[in-house]
Structure formats: structure tokens, C-alpha cells
Ligand binder design. Structure first.
Ligand SMILES: Cc1ncc(COP(=O)(O)O)c(C=O)c1O
Length: 373
């Protein structure tokens, strides 16, 4: 039904003429896949995040799956992860036959609580998959220390956090292998796509083989050294990725400015909490703008009223352990992760993207103010 009001979407990619040119160049070159544009994209990405090696893949999910394979996860193993995340950060362990174990999150950072992770370790635990939710860096050093103490592999799901900094260094540069994602709502996009960063040359070589049907470096097209997947990105997407990387700093500062503007406008709006501010150890890369509604606020009413004003919003995020397939397969139920469950009932994503106009933000905030008053 058209209301005659201009709709404000939840997200929107930032694409310019340079992106179009780079994509066209690849289309005209005839090298659409397994070409040099992918190598260049990987080099530039590795340089940007400060990782020695990067392997481009077809999605963030594919990258996480490959890291679970490299961690040696298998049936009978457990992988501890965050319930307050997108499903892929748990699914990747299940693909390898492992059982997901959910440790609760911190109510402020919404990221894994290291004490809860430590408490969830059993003799079957093999890996911890830590997520930088909404672009806010997870507690990397404590989590690394726990993993080292217990001989566990740490996988960093940085799919939402390109450009974020933990203790002064960009995510991807710290050591644990990390995955970034480029779906169109992300800080930068390739349409679909992802990137794995690693500090191990051996792991890098395996990643490139596993994403390419298990082919070995220098081997023939029909020679397969191991069981692999088709998790390749193509040169068309890689070209778009290069265009996006070239302007990533601009995109990130525009997104920060949009977030700042929301923070200012929402300061005197009752009934909600704005996102956690950065501190000396954590510098967020803005992925989404998620507010926490007060417990007594009827979120469904807010969503419906915003929609009536032509404003998109989303329940962000449901707790993974309470998804239908998780309940059915593992018997998870309410009460397993109370902090995550409380967040899941109260959090709401507002329209957020680099080119969101100030006047549209004012419209969102005025609508919220009137709904919540
Ligand atoms: C935290 C998190 N992990 C993993 C993914 C998966 O990325 P993709 O959609 O590229 O497979 C996403 C993206 O939606 C995400 O937000």
C-alpha cells in the first residue's frame, strides 16, 4: 500500500562511478574469474587491515566455514559462540558436525562475556567463535588468553566490523584468523562476498585451495589435492571490492557522522538507550544503529508505527539458540542466555547508511519521539 510518504530504507550501499568503471573494466577484459583482480583485491584488503594474508571468498559464511574446517572441528566437538549474532557464526561449526555451545554476552558490549566462555568449556570444546557484533570489537585479549590456556582455536567473526580497532590496532591485524563480509548492508560491499585474513602462510594456502574445489597451487584444473568447495569470489565482485576499499575511509567517516547525529538527536528522547560509546580499547566501525528500548516499551507497536511513517526498522537481533531449528535439534530453550534474550526482546535497528540525510534522520527521531511519548 502506498502512503504517499517517501520511504526511508534500513540500509543502502554506497556505489559510485569509480565502482562502475572498475567493474566494466573487468567485464571488458574477459577475465571474469580466477583472474588478477582477485589478487589485487586481496593485497589491498590485507594492507588495509594490517594482516599479512587475505583470501577472498564468496561470502562471510563461506569464510567462517573454511576456518571451522581448518580448526579441525568435527562430530563430537563443541564450539563456543555468541547467541546474540547472525546465525552464520554458529552454523559454520554445525556444517562440520560440531555442536554449538552458547555462552552469554555482556549487556553493554553485546559481545561474548569472557567469563561465560570460560565457564562453558568442557573436554569436548575445540574452538571459540567470537563475533564483533554491530562493529563493536569483542574482548579479543581475554578471549585469546582463555583459548591459549585451554588449547582452543579462536575464530574471529568480524563480518560486521571492518575498520574497527581493538587496543589501538585494526581488526584483522591481531593474530587470530578473522572473517569479513560484503553483503550490501555492510560497510563495503561486493554484492555477495567475504574475506578471510590470516597470519599463517600455510593457512592462507589451504584457504585458497579449499575455496577452489581443493585444487593445489600450480596443479591442473582437474587435479584435486583435497576435498574442497566452490567458495570463490569472481573478478567482477573483486573489482567492486577494490572500488569500495578505495573509498572505505570516506564511507566509514560518513557512517560515524550519521551515528553521531543520531546520538545527538536521540539524547532527549525517553524510552530508549543509544549504542555504547567507544573507549580506549574499543573503537567501533559503524555497521548498524541499534537502540535498546526500555523494557516497558511495546517494540511491535514502535515498528508498526515507524512503518506507518514510512520508516523501516528491524528486530535486531533474535537470539540464535531460540531459532526454530536450534530448539528442535539441540533442545535449547528460553533461559539459556538471559542477557542475550533480554537484548533480543528490546533491540531495534533504525535506518542507517553512509548517505542517510540529516533531514531523514530528524524524521526518524521525531517519529520515535512521538511514538514513545
Ligand atoms: C556476524 C555475522 N556473521 C556472519 C555473516 C555472514 O556473512 P554473509 O552474509 O556474507 O554470508 C554476517 C552477515 O550477515 C554477520 O553479520
Amino acid at each position: 500500500m502506498s502512503t504517499g510518504i517517501r520511504e526511508i530504507p534500513l540500509s543502502s550501499p554506497y556505489i559510485d562511478e569509480r565502482d562502475e568503471e572498475l567493474v566494466l573494466e573487468v567485464l571488458r577484459s574477459g577475465r571474469l574469474s580466477l583472474g588478477p583482480t582477485i589478487d589485487r583485491f586481496e593485497e589491498l584488503f590485507a594492507e588495509r587491515v594490517g594482516a599479512p594474508y587475505a583470501a577472498a571468498v564468496s561470502s562471510g559464511t563461506a569464510g567462517l566455514h573454511l576456518l571451522c574446517r581448518l580448526a579441525g572441528l568435527a562430530s563430537g566437538d563443541e564450539a563456543i559462540t555468541s547467541p546474540y549474532s547472525f546465525v552464520a557464526s554458529a552454523n559454520c561449526a554445525i556444517y562440520e558436525g560440531a555442536t554449538p555451545v552458547f555462552a552469554d554476552v555482556d549487556p553493554e558490549t553485546m559481545n561474548l562475556d569472557p567469563a561465560a566462555v570460560e565457564a562453558a568449556i568442557t573436554e569436548r570444546t575445540k574452538a571459540v567463535i567470537a563475533v564483533d557484533i554491530f562493529g563493536y570489537p569483542c574482548e579479543l585479549d581475554p578471549l585469546r588468553a582463555i583459548c591459549e590456556r585451554h588449547g582452543l582455536v579462536l575464530i574471529q567473526d568480524a563480518c560486521e566490523a571492518l575498520g574497527a580497532r581493538y587496543r589501538g590496532a585494526t581488526l584483522g591485524s591481531h593474530g587470530p584468523s578473522a572473517v569479513f563480509a560484503f553483503y550490501p548492508n555492510k560497510q563495503m560491499t561486493t554484492g555477495e562476498g567475504g574475506m578471510v585474513t590470516t597470519h599463517s602462510e600455510e593457512e592462507w594456502s589451504l584457504l585458497k585451495s579449499l575455496r577452489n574445489q581443493g585444487r593445489a597451487d600450480g596443479g591442473g584444473w582437474l587435479d584435486h589435492a583435497r576435498l574442497g568447495f566452490n567458495y570463490r569470489i569472481d573478478d567482477i565482485r573483486a573489482a567492486l571490492g577494490i572500488g569500495q576499499l578505495e573509498k572505505l575511509d570516506t564511507i566509514l567517516s560518513l557512517r560515524s557522522a550519521v551515528a553521531e547525529r543520531y546520538n545527538d538527536l536521540l539524547r532527549d528522547v525517553d524510552g530508549l538507550e543509544t549504542p555504547l560509546a567507544d573507549d580506549a580499547d574499543h573503537v567501533r566501525s559503524w555497521f548498524v544503529y541499534v537502540v535498546k528500548l526500555d523494557p516497558e516499551v511495546d517494540r511491535e507497536h514502535v515498528i508498526a508505527e515507524l512503518a506507518r511513517h514510512g520508516i523501516a526498522s528491524s528486530r535486531y537481533l533474535p537470539s540464535i539458540h531460540l531459532q526454530a531449528y536450534m530448539r528442535e535439534t539441540y533442545g535449547f530453550a528460553e533461559g539459556l542466555c538471559p542477557v542475550s534474550e533480554d537484548l533480543s526482546r528490546r533491540t531495534l535497528a533504525l535506518p542507517f547508511f553512509a548517505q542517510l540525510e540529516a533531514e531523514d534522520q530528524a524524521r526518524v527521531v521525531e517519529a520515535l519521539r512521538s511514538i514513545l511519548s
